[in-house]
Design a binder for this molecule. Sequence first.
Ligand code: PLP
Length: 348
Amino acid sequence: MNDSKRMIDLRSDTVTRPSEGMRKAIARAPVGDDVLGDDPTVKELEARMAAMFGKEAALYVPSGTMSNTLAVLSQTRPGDEMICDKNCHIFNYEAAATAVIGGVQLNTLDGNRGVLPFDDLVAAVRPINIHHPRTSLIEVENTHNRAGGSIYPYDELERVSRFARESGLRLHMDGARLANAVVGSGISFEKYASLADSVTFCFSKGLGAPVGSILVSDAEVIERARFWRKRLGGGMRQAGILAAACLYALDNNIDRLAEDHENAGRIAKVIDSSSRAKLVFPVETNIIIFEVVDKSDSIEKVREELEAEGILTLTFGNRMRMVTHLDVSSEDTDVVVEVLSRILSQAR
Ligand SMILES: Cc1ncc(COP(=O)(O)O)c(C=O)c1O
């Protein structure tokens, strides 16, 4: 993007760029060939993440999509079925990787802001019968992207987890933004992870690292995932320069997510008090999703009006998404609040 006119970029928390401090950490990182198992910085990151999540092992991978895909491939067989929410990232935005690569069918439930309806979940598990796929995995997303960054209520998660264990099913948590859930709820990474058999966690969203995600699980799953990562071309050599950015992000960028949540809350208030637009979901973390009230109005028009004033956003269907992050300061939020108030109070 051309920096001559500075834009406030609310399209996603993936747009952050490495800070000076992070770049220094990258420059200093000791590295080795990680495919051969001797990159010390990757090893440090994996050990730290396994400990932080209370799991046996962790695997550093290029993206959240790869982490989720490896989690599914390593805990299912072709012809199995995974139960998930119909708005989850895996079902909507991962190019059907689990179906194409793993031969895994998804059974999607109509969740309430990403929360699996418990009775439907119980009913969705297939009895063993030669006509049926074998249900082997349940997936939850926390925080939930398409449900406006909502935090999966802990008691609901516990219920799903207990059910999965009683039924001999595995539970995967797409925690790409689990740090936002931790900061928003005060519940630790370890406590959340104790409910799932595997967790995906991303460094390249709110935490501001340029590349990378981690899969944490038991040693056997991570061993299988390591094979799959190599098979899919995700084995990286001197990946320590990337892992160093992730370690820096863990030390410096988790607690500050509270600022992103506060900024998102301020923007949400503007929408809440406008007659032109309404929030689709309450804002709990750093994602705001809203729509225009009047059917003759257009969300695309709002997007263009914001862009003309230097504010970038994303639209999907009749909805707009704004995401606050490390590169959106409180002063930037003042500008967004002022511009958005003006635009949403204009006659159409
Ligand atoms: C909830 C969730 N899971 C997984 C991903 C995939 O991450 P990546 O873009 O690194 O593949 C995303 C990306 O936005 C996401 O929001």
